[in-house]
Design a protein around this ligand. Structure first.
Ligand SMILES: Cc1cc2nc3c(=O)[nH]c(=O)nc-3n(C[C@H](O)[C@H](O)[C@H](O)COP(=O)(O)OP(=O)(O)OC[C@H]3O[C@@H](n4cnc5c(N)ncnc54)[C@H](O)[C@@H]3O)c2cc1C
Length: 490
């Protein structure tokens, strides 16, 4: 085993990387599934010198970590076949797409495996707010830049505070000197005029008069503003993503494990066990032939939505917990664009559109700046009425996204080239998006060793991160510790 670095000892949301030693005598392990959980487990077992093998139904590693680029194909369950036609170098992460700086488990593996990372821009001041409907008040159907919202809200609030301090109408436990310093801070932070301490439009805010504070609040534009970014979640900063797409992480794991350790196109359909061994039956999807493999232990790193439909010799309590686990109804649409008009015309470099349009998250690429073409994330939703759109033909989904996004970017139709849509519920071998966090009691049940079998996919994560790769790492570490203790005892 290589020495542990300070990163290994850092407790992120996945906890601390297990420090294990010893090599059990009889411990042949089969890992089912080459998603992040199965790969992280395999990597750690290889460091401990275990005899293990991974069975993966697809012809690629990564599972929900899937980067779509030119040539990518898939057929939706009961639906259409798609082939991505984007130019070389263009891509979209259809599943996992960003890593908060707090996710030290996955970031440490990137460092160790040599996966180059770049900043994922979560916030760009040039990006727009846009709200439709009467509820948005006088700013309905108006594009307002994030930078304008920040400047105008902070500027006008600071002006009010300075006025209140000047009129001695704030009950502050501050000395006269402190009050003077506070006023100085409010003037500088809010870009107030230094002489009359009023807020007016200023050069760095961009052209045009400030929007009224009441109108900005009514439109709900202030809802997203925070003094600092939270440590975890979708608005954390900084965030990272691998250069060339999230698939670089599973690919790096697979390289480190070695190609002979993974069998692709191996669709597992049954897992049986007795007191001495576990037997896995799988179908080779290339030849249609069924094969069996026997091992001392089997770690099931499959989505539980898949496990629920397998012939799996687990207890009734375990299968009840498996069936009770739910997965997100996530869908994404990537739009290949002939021209990076959001950069050239609007000076938007990464970040998101903040709208109430029925397209969910709409995001600009944090890569390939100043090149000719680019891929926009045109639609990213998990719930709400717009998800029903996913049942419509691909052409209708794309038309929906173009219609709505054109309200903010009139260039959309002119610059659109081709789209690729992924609805995870209809993707074979996933049948759902990320695992929704389960109650603690269910997670405790799911992590129990049952004779020769153990579940190790993200849904079993001991902390509350099953919807991130960090959760898959946490689940893998939990399974690793449990497996190693068990194997060393036997
Ligand atoms: C839309 C979306 C956005 C996300 N965004 C982020 C994000 O920004 N950042 C982040 O960190 N995480 C994100 N996640 C979550 C993250 O992708 C998952 O938590 C993590 O990848 C789960 O890994 P896993 O190994 O548990 O499962 P999976 O990735 O589902 O891997 C399971 C593996 O089992 C294989 N398999 C299935 N059936 C069989 C079978 N019968 N036989 C053999 N093999 C089989 C599958 O092909 C797959 O390779 C996102 C997920 C989704 C869906």
């Amino acid at each position: 085993m290589t020495a542990l670095s300070s990163w290994d000892l850092m407790a992120g949301p996945a906890g601390t990387r297990p420090v294990l030693s010893g090599r059990p005598r009889n411990a042949k392990v089969l890992i089912l599934g080459a998603g992040i959980s199965g790969l992280a487990l395999g990597y750690e077992l290889s460091r401990l010198g275990y005899d293990f093998h991974v069975l993966e139904a697809r012809d690629r590693v990564g599972g929900l970590v899937w980067t779509v680029h030119g040539g990518t194909t898939h057929t939706e369950i009961g639906g259409e076949h798609q082939q991505c036609t984007w130019d070389e170098g263009l891509w979209l992460n259809a599943g996992a797409w960003r890593i908060p700086y707090t996710h030290t488990g996955v970031l440490n593996y990137c460092k160790e495996l040599g996966v180059p990372l770049e900043i994922f821009v979560n916030e760009a001041d040039a990006s727009y707010f846009y709200r439709e409907g009467a509820d948005a008040g006088s700013l309905a159907n108006t594009r307002v830049r994030l930078g304008e919202v920040k400047a105008d809200i902070v500027g006008q609030v600071n002006e009010l505070l300075v006025k209140a301090i000047d009129q001695h109408s704030l009950d502050l436990p501050l000395t006269a000197e402190d009050q003077e310093r506070l006023v100085g801070f409010l003037v500088a932070q809010g870009y107030l005029d230094r002489k009359d301490r009023r807020y007016r439009a200023f050069a760095d805010r961009g052209p045009g008069d400030p929007y009224q504070l009441s109108a900005l609040l009514k439109a709900g534009f202030g809802d997203r503003l925070r003094s600092i970014s939270p440590r975890d979640g979708i608005t954390t900063a900084p965030m990272f993503h691998p250069v060339g797409g999230m698939e670089q992480i599973p690919k790096a794991f697979a390289r480190a494990i070695g190609p002979s350790r993974i069998t692709f196109n191996a669709e597992v359909h049954s897992v049986r066990q007795d007191d001495h061994a576990a037997t896995v039956a799988y179908r080779d999807t290339k030849t249609g032939r069924t094969r069996t493999l026997t091992a001392d232990y089997v770690v099931v790193c499959l989505p539980l939505s898949i496990v629920a439909g397998l012939d799996c010799q687990l207890s009734a309590e375990m299968m009840a917990a498996v069936r009770a686990t739910t997965y997100s109804n996530s869908a994404k649409a990537g739009l290949g664009m002939k021209r990076r008009f959001w950069e050239e015309d609007d000076q938007i470099f990464g970040g998101h559109l903040y709208s109430n349009l029925p397209i969910g998250e709409f995001s600009y690429p944090s890569t390939g700046y100043f090149s000719r073409k680019g891929v926009l994330l045109g639609f990213y939703l998990h719930s709400g009425p717009a998800v029903t759109l996913m049942d419509r033909p691909i052409g209708e989904r794309v038309e929906h996204v173009l219609t709505h996004s054109s309200k903010v970017h009139p260039q959309m139709r002119r610059e659109f080239e081709s789209a690729y849509c992924v609805w995870w519920r209809k993707v074979e071998y996933s049948r759902g998006g990320f695992a929704n966090a389960a109650p603690l009691a269910r997670r405790a049940q799911l992590s129990k060793f049952e004779n020769r079998l153990l579940i190790g996919s993200a849904a079993t994560a001991p902390h509350s991160e099953p919807d991130w790769q960090e959760g898959a790492i946490a689940a893998a570490w939990q399974a690793l510790t449990s497996l190693h203790e068990h194997a060393m005892r036997s």
